[in-house]
Each structure stands twice: as structure tokens, then as C-alpha cells.
Design a protein around this ligand. Structure first.
Ligand SMILES: [Fe+2]
Ligand SMILES: [Fe+2]
Length: 244
């Protein structure tokens, strides 16, 4: 058996232990598999997954933003420490929220183009400047601005190689953001974006309850169950293995 076949057999075994069959979306497995090959549904007589996956912690009926942090996002240390640093640097409160949320694309959804995904997730619920700053922090990250002491991250050289050139669309979006009235808001996310956080510093999510309460419009139906233009994206984070 090839590695891929072994992985698929393990998946099948796991899926057979569940009451419902899980068929993953193409995007989760593309690359490991050829996306042109149809994903087949195992013919095991079971119903397919059409709700919350029992392998995941169950989300409350009307989930809040903080519930997504607790039940669906990876460790939020990077985000909380960035937000705390922004607070310490006297950044305006709504931009502290931007720092707290700037990488939720990575923490809970899709890595590639994470700034764009996070902005879209958040747009219906935050001030326009907040989602704008989150969208453009991604492009700005690659370009130094000495006026605020922001250098090209050494970590990027390590991650992408010394000769890495950002894609043309990132260069285009940087040039656009550079001339925008909210440029500094996106830049402040980069300035307070901490890579090397101190493992001894403990930050609790609850520290930001008030900031979130004042600057995030929590839908009363619960995030995902409202009718906003990005509600379906929150539902996908809540139920990533839903068949349809
Ligand atoms: Fe980021
Ligand atoms: Fe970040």
C-alpha cells in the first residue's frame, strides 16, 4: 500500500466507527489526492454526516465569536499576545480587536490568503476599517516601513527563502494600501504582530471580552445562524465535514 492508500484506509476505518459517513471536501485533501478524481462515498449503508461532527467539541446553540475561539480555533496565544501588545502601545480599541482577529483565517479556516478570508468572515460584524486593516495586513507584512520601525520579518526569510518575491497580486494590493487613508491601521497590525511570543506570559481570552463586546456585532441568532453574507463560512467552520 502506498502512503496515500494507507491514509485513506485509516480514514475509512475511522469513518466506519462513526454513526455517519464522513466525505471530506475536495479542498481538504487536494494535493494528497488528485482533485480531478471523484471522491467516492463508501457504500456502507450508513447515513452521511449532515450536522456537527461528534469528533469535534460541540458548539453551543447560539455560538459567539469567543465560542469559535474556544471550540474551533487553534491556540490563540499569537493573537492574544498581539492584541495585548497593541493595547500596551496605546492602539485605538477597535484596532486592538483587529490585532486579536488578524490571523483567524490561519487559526480556524484556510491558510492561503488568510488576511482576505478573515476580512470576509468579519466584514458583516465589525467596523469597515477593522476588516480593511485585516485584509491588507497580509500584503503589508512583506514590505518594510522604517517610519514605524517595521522591518521585513527574519522569519519570512526562514520560511520562504531569501529570494522569495511576493506574488504580483500582493504587490498590487500593497501599492493600493500604501496610498489608502487606512494604511496605518493595517500597518499597526504588522507592527504588533508577534512571532516570538513569550511562553511564560499567560494571556486569557477573557481579557478581551469587553473589547469584543464593544466592537464586534454578535448576531442574536448565533454566529453562522444569522443571514449575513458570511454566515455560511462560520457554519463551515462549525461543521467542516457536512456532506451538503
Ligand atoms: Fe497574518
Ligand atoms: Fe500574525
Amino acid at each position: 500500500m502506498s502512503m496515500l492508500e494507507r491514509a485513506e484506509a485509516a480514514e475509512r476505518a475511522m469513518s466506519e466507527e462513526l454513526d455517519r459517513t464522513v466525505v471530506k471536501s475536495v479542498i481538504y485533501v487536494s494535493g494528497d489526492r488528485d482533485p480531478r478524481v471523484p471522491l467516492t462515498r463508501p457504500d456502507n449503508g450508513k447515513l452521511v454526516m449532515m450536522g456537527q461532527d461528534p469528533r469535534l467539541p460541540r458548539m453551543p446553540e447560539r455560538p459567539t465569536l469567543l465560542d469559535f475561539f474556544k471550540y474551533r480555533f487553534g491556540p490563540a496565544n499569537h493573537l492574544m499576545q498581539s492584541a495585548r501588545l497593541a493595547q500596551k502601545n496605546g492602539v485605538a480599541e477597535k484596532l486592538v480587536l483587529a490585532c486579536l482577529l488578524h490571523d483567524i483565517g490561519i487559526a480556524g479556516f484556510i491558510r492561503g490568503d488568510h488576511g482576505y478570508w478573515a476580512a470576509q468572515l468579519l466584514e458583516p460584524y465589525v467596523d469597515e476599517e477593522v476588516s480593511w486593516a485585516i485584509r491588507y495586513h497580509q500584503a503589508l507584512r512583506f514590505f518594510p516601513d522604517e517610519s514605524v520601525g517595521y522591518a521585513y520579518p527574519q522569519m519570512y526569510t526562514k520560511l520562504f527563502g531569501a529570494d522569495y518575491e511576493p506574488d504580483p497580486y500582493i504587490q498590487r494590493d500593497y501599492a493600493y494600501a500604501r496610498e489608502h487613508k487606512w494604511y496605518m491601521s493595517a500597518r499597526l497590525i504588522c507592527v504588533n504582530d508577534l512571532y516570538a511570543f513569550d511562553p511564560n506570559v499567560k494571556v486569557e481570552l477573557e481579557e478581551f471580552t469587553d473589547v469584543v463586546g464593544r466592537h464586534f456585532r454578535q448576531p442574536k441568532e448565533g454566529l453562522g445562524w444569522d443571514a449575513s453574507p458570511s454566515a455560511h463560512m462560520w457554519r463551515t467552520i462549525m461543521m467542516p465535514t457536512k456532506y451538503l
